[in-house]
Design a protein around this ligand. Sequence first.
Ligand code: 26W
Length: 822
Amino acid sequence: AWKKFTAQEFSTKEEFQAEAVRHIETTLARSLFNCDELAAYSGTALAFRDRLVIEWNKTQQRHTFADQKRVYYLSLEFLMGRALDNAMLNVGFKNAAKDGLSELGFRIEDIIKQERDAALGNGGLGRLAACFLDSLASMDFPAWGYGLRYKYGIFKQEIVDGYQVEVPDYWLDFNPWEFPRHDITVEIQFYGHVRKYQDETGKNVAVWEGGEIVEAVAYDVPIPGFKTKTTNNLRLWSSKAASGEFDFQKFNRGEYESSVADQQRAETISAVLYPNDNLERGKELRLKQQYFWVAASLFDIVRRFKKTKRAWAAFPDQVAIQLNDTHPTLAVVELQRILIDQEGLEWDEAWQIVVKTFGYTNHTVLPEALEKWPVPLFQNLLPRHLQIIYDINLYFLQSVERRFPKEREMLSRVSIIEESQPKMVRMAFLAIIGSHKVNGVAELHSDLIKTTIFKDFVKIYGPDKFTNVTNGITPRRWLHQANPRLCELIASKLGGYDFLKDLTLLGEIERYVDDKAFKKEWQEIKYANKVRLARVIKETTGVSVNPAALFDIQVKRIHEYKRQQLNIFGVIHRYLAIKSMTAEERKKLAPRVSIFGGKAAPGYWMAKTVIHLINNVGAVVNNDKDVGDLLKVIFLEDYNVSKAEIICPASDLSEHISTAGTEASGTSNMKFVLNGGLIIGTCDGANIEITREIGESNIFLFGNLAEDVEELRHHHLYGKYELDPDLLKVFEAIKSGTFGDANAFSGLVNAIVDHGDYYLVSDDFHSYIQTHDLVDEAYKNQDEWLTKSIQSVARMGFFTSDRCIQEYADLIWNVEPVPPKE
Ligand code: 26W
């Protein structure tokens, strides 16, 4: 009999030290005498990992035994950030580690910083997936994430002479949080052809033959819940050459090099995360990534279901699969293929199962982000899937034709195949047709998809198929971990940390808005967080900023629709105003620090130009003696999750200023408000619901409304209109070379002056400037500002990702938690 394995549990600092030292000496084979910070990090991580693993195994056994419906969250991106602090706070015993490390001569904050971010995502969509995993585990849902194990995550951004330079992010050197499962592999087929015939019974059979095989290997990452023993699994697939006859023979024939080349080609599939955010560029390798990941995941899910020995009709009672945007839409086709080609089900029976299984979340309405794949490319790479798509489309169009016989034009509008040259497969339409629910990520966005891009489908399916689940964020990472002092202050008033699992409890702190001591502490914590950020700014840019100044922050991917150009034009306007002021006037002005951060997609020239302009403006403004502390302009390089944890708690004001109707939700807006910052923003995405929750007097809204955008754009192109005079003065300054060679920025200016100002920068400029003046006035009254800050935090309960997960569970998945017994 096996002796039952028990983990080396620890609760005291001595016990922690014993575990960490054991790992440093044996697992890492390092001597304690040359233990540096990286070794101390590794030992600490491995000590906590041991504890996670035990609960992880137990959770998986419990979930298997409970035999209940599971959720599978399919996402091409999981932007996890660092894991150690999260593990310590969730498992508990962070203090034991802190004291233990301190005795060994280390500060725990320095040790935490040794870990590299797991940056397997671009932005909002990937970070949302990470927050959802945290909530699913914390709420005891039996859930798995499925993704790709990229060898290179999102590139690292360096700023050289004001320009963005991309550096590859090879992050896997030492990753204690992943467990390779060399025994869990799936063979994935590409290319080849389809042979169709009738079998003895007269049944039509399709066989997908030939082509090439690549192997998918599972790597598992434990996802601990907060204040629960539930530890879920994130399974990431890595590609490698299949170890079959083929390369073996080549090898024997002495074709060593070509056998290695095959291997490299296979490994390319999971090599790199595509760095585009909200931009689709039909590359074959991307479709290969999608199918590779989807096919491996579905094989795994089906294999697990088959072990329960149930009839196929029970599949949707055991399995809910959520499609994080259209990237995993091939899963719809793959499941239909498995059911009809491999399991022998009839088409209709299979299709019913498919539709009941899937839900689809849409994250963008930008036309350039909607996935479409050329039919010829599809035909070559996935010939059988293309046939199935054609059949899905045929049956769908037939049913539409029957129900709407008088609306023949609708057929080409809703067809999965776009009749262009070449023809294209519209993935969003396939996702809608293959799912039982479709949701947007904020109320405005969910309304917009119903009235614009998916309008016809609302008519076809009725409004009930379409729903809204407003995004949320995990308060564990974005309050507990990022802002421990604020969290502690709140806990001291609420009598504990229960609010981290029921964020609506935050409402209780509103009773302290007039409590002088509370307010003072609130203010001190914000100041300390600003000092912490000021230190990072000094270290990375060399610029000293005054922590008493108003910190005005915009951090997110650089994109024209997010309008960092509006922000920097506003900054230039402020600079020009300061230059023309008398000394007396300057004294009345509230000092500001304008902070920017975010990556531009490597091929997005306009976004890169915006970064360049921000840096050039900073170089001028930050060295202008007339300006001094009144204005500083900072571009923080390489914005990522761990930087966000420092930045979000340090804002007085953050900017969420997208053209109305373009930002599906936004989630950093929630992070900033939860940390006591106020927002300047447009009536877009979740800003609208944030306003509803915290009150209109606690947010600085400006700009045109979504309903007016279309008409304004039309007017720009076909009417007579004049640009905002203050904006023209900003352009004059740029053109006169105030911020370096004007030619470098002509594209940015011309987009507004000559090319129709698609994002309505000029239309919103005046109200943006005016609203910033209101911010200045409001900031002068610190007592009222603090009231706004406290009230806002108190009213943010709605935006926990726990609430989102509950809504998905009730509205879309129909799953129940499986809590640990005890
Ligand atoms: C195929 C290229 C591509 C890559 C990523 C197209 C689209 C995407 C994502 C859907 C873009 C994205 O991250 N969207 C963001 O999703 C967040 C989470 O719902 C929202 O908060 C953001 O508003 C939305 O821009």
